[in-house]
Structures are given as structure tokens and as C-alpha cells.
Design a protein around this ligand. Structure first.
Ligand code: FES
Length: 81
């Protein structure tokens, strides 16, 4: 079923983007353009995202940083200058 008829984005695609880390309608828009034309689908996208659909949101709810990356090796930048 289409969520965003302006860009032909389906409910399944929105859920896939959410599983890939998009937690907000803005992040869904960045990934798929959904919600960036008439905007009538934004509430539906927000409802689909809801609580519990976003692993990063669960991290935030627990007070953990959600946008971190593990860096195993820090490059030596002293030679770059
Ligand atoms: S239906 Fe999504 S931007 Fe128009």
C-alpha cells in the first residue's frame, strides 16, 4: 500500500528505511523523498515510525548515544598537515 502517492513510496519501503536507521519523517524524506512534496503523507509516516519501530530511538530512550560509530583504529593525522 502506498504511503506517499507523490513519490510512490510504500509502507514496506518506509519500514525498511526505519529498520535501516531512519527514525523521523525527515530522515525518511532524505532516504526516499516521501513527504517532500504535498506533505499529506507525513502524519502517516510518523504513525508508521511510532515507538518501538526504531532501534536508535530505543537507545535514546535508555539514555545511550544513538549516533556513534566504533572506531577501531585512529589514523595518525600529524603527517597530513
Ligand atoms: S503524498 Fe507524500 S509528499 Fe505528497
Amino acid at each position: 500500500m502506498y504511503v506517499c502517492s507523490c513519490f510512490g513510496v510504500t509502507e514496506k519501503q518506509v519500514k525498511e528505511h526505519a529498520e535501516a536507521g531512519a527514525c523521523t519523517p525527515r530522515q525518511i524524506a532524505s532516504a526516499s523523498k516521501a513527504g517532500t512534496d504535498c506533505g499529506s503523507c507525513v502524519r502517516h509516516i510518523q504513525a508508521l515510525l511510532g515507538r518501538g519501530n526504531c532501534p536508535r530511538r530505543e537507545l535514546l530512550d535508555r539514555g545511550a548515544p544513538a549516533l556513534t560509530a566504533e572506531v577501531s583504529e585512529v589514523p595518525d593525522l600529524s603527517e597530513a598537515a
